[in-house]
Design a binder for this molecule. Structure first.
Ligand code: MV4
Length: 672
């Protein structure tokens, strides 16, 4: 085995590879761009080399710079991870030329699988089943039309150089064929510089089932069973699981052997994935082969008990496969969910910014366990527009699918993230969806179940509002006097403004819930607390525990009914995590907003929108008067001045000039 490995990637997969390499005693070398100087993958390695700018083509795609880093650090092997250079023939060749081991297949295998139509011709010869269709060289429109008529409609026209769903046209009948062909060819020519197409029978309700294969340099090749990746949106996998629900032993063996035949046909070495689409009756057809480790490889590790990165490294070093086909088996069921910084309610638009809080339930990382989280970012990290906005992969295992699904629901409900939009609540709804629960899977599931997967947002219940208010009370108690005692801080008596022991006192709050302003009052009457919102006052009792700065675990009894939540207070924003969902509330303080006017965003010491800090007028220790300008932000090409909401002393300024801040980020702390 070589002793030093360079990992030519970033994020979770770089951390994943580093974990196994270190366990095997290898020295690890990270490479990083300007945007990743403080990234987790850099800290995960023994040494790191800066390779350029934030844009991938200025860093992670620079083959020569990466090879130079390998030479300089004495790395004898390079692991490309997935994406970037992982399926780049020229890079695999450049490694070979430089005498450095590329942890992946020979470049001839990458090349053979690169063209969809050429790969299909090869597979046909190897006896791998294909969708009935035409994938030859004759591109005459009349000829292609006659092929389509012979196949029977609907047919699918696919760009030969395409992939990931780009350059495909469904054609319903013979009359529509000519125009669809012309349009598909135009798109293929402009997107891929190659207008060659193939024609296939169109499967209406396909499942995506892929087989993990491994081959060594001694001519051994095995399959590590299947993954079902049918739950996708716009050709992006959302959920992956293994084994595939409903798979029979017979079909598994047939698919596994077809995948091994595919790999053997291109003299494959290392980890590969053979992708099939399957009909509802189980018939399956070769689609393409991915010549790298896949994002979803952990579900295979969970059910087989093997570390696939270890296998990759051993095979790259020339060792034989560690087991035979007969020694491989499946135990239990595993499900992976991809957690993304994106907004499901806005067409899954990526959400850019800083994760101020990222708390996961108890888990292991990069190795097998009941709850596994493979992540590449941590609290404080920024999701930038330069790279894939994946935050982490949550992988769970169970004795069976139901147990795995239940664990997934539970684990998703226990994640607390603040600072960015995420798909966590969407994933949890997906896990609870009837069609998913019954394993009625196909590539159209998310669209088909759209209405139940995207329910209208519910107004916050009274107990949620009360949890928010109690968190504010706790937080204010902490800020004013309880901090020094370092204990659970619900002590409104410590406040000097508005709360007094004895007598009848009332404090009014306004909480913004979606676009609705909720008027709430809290009263103290004869040793009893009362909560009032749109009705008669009801009794309120609570218990609070400080988890971390600004985060409280609350137990509440409102009108006799108990509820539990964790609430994160970030400036005026309250994130109420309860029952597996998060409710966002915003404290709207009449006094603090008195300063509002046209061009100045008065009041909040939180960023009113994502933007850049362009000047800061104060520093820690300064005394400020209500209405003083504290800092100026630029957002959407306009300047916004942040004003002091009250008299006080600046305790901390959390950002510097030039910093990019997210919506709701706390900018400055002011105390008395
Ligand atoms: C198909 C198909 C139906 N019939 N081919 C989409 C991306 C590319 N890898 C292959 N794709 C498809 N090919 C025939 N003959 C449906 C799809 C397809 C799909 C396949 C796998 C996973 C998700 C998908 C989503 C939409 C369409």
């Amino acid at each position: 085995m070589f002793n030093t490995l360079l990992i030519a990637n970033r994020g979770e997969i770089a951390c994943r590879v580093a974990a196994t390499a270190r366990r095997l005693g290898l020295r690890t070398v990270a490479v990083y761009s300007d945007a990743d100087a403080n990234a987790r993958h850099v800290a995960a390695c023994d040494t790191a080399v800066h390779i350029g700018g934030a844009e991938p083509r200025e860093s992670y795609l620079r083959a020569q710079v990466i090879l130079e880093a390998a030479r300089k650090t004495g790395a004898q092997a390079v692991h490309p991870g997935y994406g970037f250079l992982s399926e780049n023939e020229a890079f695999s060749q450049a490694c070979a030329d430089a005498g450095i081991i590329f942890v992946g297949p020979p470049n001839s295998a990458i090349a053979a699988m690169g063209s969809k139509s050429a790969a299909k011709t090869l597979m046909e010869k190897a006896g791998v089943p294909l969708v009935p269709g035409y994938h030859g060289d004759n591109q005459d429109p009349q000829f292609l039309q006659s092929q389509a008529d012979a196949i029977g409609y609907p047919v699918l026209i696919k760009a030969s150089a395409g992939g990931g769903g780009k350059g495909m046209r469904i054609v319903e009948n013979t009359a529509a064929f000519a125009e669809a062909l012309a349009s598909c060819k135009r798109e293929a020519a402009s997107s891929f510089g190659d207008d060659k197409v193939l024609i296939e029978r169109y499967l209406q309700k396909p499942r995506h089932i892929e087989i993990q294969v491994f081959a060594d340099t001694q001519g051994n090749c095995v399959y590590l069973f299947e993954r079902d990746c049918s739950v996708q949106r716009r050709h992006q996998k959302v959920i992956e699981e293994a084994p595939a629900p409903g798979m029979t032993d017979e079909r598994r063996k047939a698919m596994g052997e077809a995948a091994v035949a595919a790999a053997r046909a291109v003299n494959y070495v290392g980890a590969g994935t053979v992708e099939f689409i399957a009909e509802p009756d189980g018939r399956f057809y070769f689609m393409e082969m991915n010549t790298r480790l896949q994002v979803e490889h952990p579900v295979t590790e969970m059910i087989t008990g093997h570390d696939l990165v270890e296998w990759q490294l051993r095979i790259a070093a020339g060792e034989p496969l560690p087991v035979t086909q007969e020694e491989l088996g499946i135990t239990g069921h595993a499900i992976e969910a991809r957690i993304y910084a994106e907004n499901p309610d806005k067409g899954f638009l990526p959400s850019i910014g800083t994760l101020s809080t990222l708390d996961f339930p108890a888990h292991v990382a990069f190795c097998n366990g009941d709850v596994r989280i493979d992540g590449g970012v941590q609290a404080g990290d920024t999701i930038t527009p330069f790279y894939d906005p994946m935050i982490a992969k949550l992988i769970v295992r169970g004795d069976d699918r139901e147990q795995a699904r239940a664990r997934m629901v539970q684990a998703l409900g226990e994640i607390r993230s603040v600072g960015l939009q995420t798909n966590i609540a969407f994933l949890r709804r997906l896990m609870l969806d009837d069609a998913f629960a019954q394993a009625d899977l196909d590539t159209g599931l998310i669209e088909r179940r759209h209405d139940s997967l995207f329910p209208p947002v519910q107004a916050a219940s009274d107990s949620t509002l009360a949890l928010g208010i109690v968190a504010i009370l706790a937080h204010r108690g902490l800020l004013h006097s309880v901090r020094r005692q370092n204990k659970a801080p619900v002590d409104p008596w410590a406040r000097v403004d508005g709360w007094r022991i004895g007598g009848h006192y009332t404090q009014a709050f306004e909480l913004l819930d979606q676009d609705e302003l909720r008027q709430i009052s809290i009263q103290r009457r004869h040793e009893q607390w009362l909560f009032q919102h749109q009705g008669d006052p009801v009794s309120l009792e609570w218990d609070a525990q400080l988890l971390s700065p600004g985060q409280y675990r609350l137990r509440l009894r409102l009108d006799g009914a108990d509820s539990f939540a964790t609430v994160a207070v970030r400036g005026e924003q309250l994130h109420v995590f309860r029952d597996g969902a998060v409710h966002l509330l915003q404290l709207h303080d009449a006094v603090e907003h008195a300063q509002d006017d046209g061009d100045a965003m008065g009041g909040g010491l939180t960023a009113p929108m994502p933007g850049k800090i362009i000047s800061i007028a104060v520093k820690a220790g300064d005394t400020v008067k209500s209405g003083d300008a504290l800092l100026v932000m630029e957002a959407m090409k306009m300047e916004h001045t942040i004003l002091a909401p009250a008299d006080g002393t600046v305790q901390e300024v959390f950002f510097q000039v030039g910093d990019q801040v997210t919506d709701g980020a706390e900018l400055i702390a002011i105390g008395e």
